[in-house]
Ligand binder design. Structure first.
Ligand SMILES: C[S@@+](CC[C@H](N)C(=O)[O-])C[C@H]1O[C@@H](n2cnc3c(N)ncnc32)[C@H](O)[C@@H]1O
Length: 211
């Protein structure tokens, strides 16, 4: 599946992404995750991978020196520029998070919100994040998951997704279990400092890793 196809998939939803996601996962869960991110202080130079419309970017903007908000989709970046126009410390760039093209140790924090479970090569993306982080740099991952739901609850969630987005993105959507996400991040070299399972149906995973 080419990068172009994946970009087109997400670009198609740029103008409705937040409404659709509120419908599927609920505003309460998204706000709870925003609340977690707001508590992260002294983030330094941040790169966000897959910023989408900038929904989670705004939660960290006041605690970062500088943010490079990146996404595969130009349309998503255009939406983010509107959402985040009041912040002076945010720049924007089209980047594939599987191939970040920055020198090693360029950033203090990497944020990946709801991107790691949608991409073809999450291992490459997580190794890239490690490479571009400075020593003691912070990795913040947010990802929705149907972990812990029963068959009926998973079916309702899948139907809600289909009703808004239609087919899932190329390569599908992975639902991480908390321990699986921890192991995945540790295998790239990170120490896991925090792993929270938040919400009800569905839930969100919140992971803080340290290089
Ligand atoms: C599920 S949306 C999440 C958007 C936003 N982070 C949020 O949580 O509201 C996934 C985003 O990741 C972007 N994306 C998908 N694959 C990507 C890749 N390989 N590199 C960078 N961004 C990617 C999509 O364009 C989309 O904006």
């Amino acid at each position: 599946m080419t990068k172009d196809v994946r970009e087109k998939y997400w670009s198609r939803y740029a103008s409705h992404y937040d409404d659709y996601t509120d419908y599927i996962v609920g505003k309460t869960l998204r706000q709870a995750l925003i609340g977690k991110l707001r508590k992260e202080k002294n983030l330094g130079d941040v790169i966000e991978c897959g910023c989408g419309t900038g929904f989670f970017t705004r939660a960290i903007a006041r605690n970062a020196s500088d943010i490079l908000a990146t996404d595969l989709s130009e349309d998503m970046l255009d939406r983010a520029k509107v959402t985040l126009k009041r912040f002076q410390n945010i720049r924007y760039k089209k980047i594939d998070c599987q191939d970040i093209l920055f020198p090693p140790e360029s950033f203090d924090t990497v944020l990946m919100a709801n991107v790691i479970h949608t991409i073809p090569d999450p291992h490459k993306a997580i190794h890239e994040s490690y490479r571009i982080l400075r020593k003691e740099g912070r990795l913040l991952i947010v990802t929705y998951t149907d972990f812990g739901l029963d068959f009926f609850q998973k079916s309702v969630l899948a139907m809600k997704f289909l009703a808004r987005f239609g087919m899932p993105p190329p390569h599908g959507l992975k639902n991480y279990a908390p321990e699986e996400l921890e192991r995945f991040v540790q295998a790239a070299g990170y120490r896991v400092e925090e792993m929270d399972l938040i919400g009800d149906r569905p839930k969100g995973l919140y992971l803080k890793g340290r290089k």
